[in-house]
Design a protein around this ligand. Structure first.
Ligand code: GRF
Length: 193
């Protein structure tokens, strides 16, 4: 992955679609001394994403691309990323699937966070499926993005114990707290490779 030097931090873009709590935690991390990244851009397919408020508060440039025409949006996005000299992309609750061509252009430089212990429970509605299967543990995973959904090389995982009373919402909340810690740790891990 791109290396940060003593002088310059890795120019990072975060892609979001909704609440943006991981985006918020990455901003906080990026402002710490030990952070190898500096967030230069946030991209959303949803102009109403609540997470965009954090861009405003923190004066981070934002770009909205609706992805209705994926190839057109991606083409535009690639030029925006190039213009802003973006070196890595952190997907954080981004609900669009990037094309193989796009991923190839950023090969090994796109990270994602997923709310399950991959390779189990790829895709959507993870907590619901985990509870239905009466799993004892779930968790979250940060991984590199490849062309298959939630299937790239795993960087770090955190296990979370499921209690008898857990609901979809309570489990999501417990896991999200761990996600906020895991994503920065995963970034530190790959930036030192
Ligand atoms: C997180 O659970 C993340 O793992 C998943 O989508 C959710 C996004 O939450 N990919 P937020 O927008 O970061 O609050």
């Amino acid at each position: 992955m791109a290396q940060s030097t003593g002088y310059s931090k890795i120019r990072t873009a975060v892609f979001i679609s909704g609440t943006g709590s991981n985006f918020k935690s990455l901003i906080k991390f990026s402002k710490t001394y030990k952070s190898p990244i500096s967030i230069k851009l946030v991209v959303s397919n949803n102009s109403k994403a609540k997470g965009l408020d954090y861009a405003k508060i923190n004066k981070i440039k934002k770009k909205i691309l609706n992805f209705k025409n994926k190839s057109q949006s991606e083409k535009k996005l690639l030029s925006i990323l190039k213009f802003n000299k973006i070196e890595i992309i952190c997907l954080a609750g981004f609900m669009k699937i990037l094309s193989k061509g796009f991923i190839k252009k950023f090969n090994g430089k796109i990270l994602n966070i997923h709310p399950s212990l991959l390779p189990k429970y790829k895709g959507l509605n993870t907590h619901e499926r985990v509870l239905k299967n009466k799993e004892k543990y779930s968790g979250c995973t940060v991984h590199f993005v490849n062309s298959r959904l939630d299937s790239g090389k795993i960087i770090l995982q955190k296990k979370v114990k499921i209690s008898k009373n857990d609901t979809k919402a309570s489990l999501a909340k417990k896991i999200l707290i761990q996600e906020h810690k895991l994503y920065p740790k995963a970034i530190l891990k790959v930036s030192n490779l």
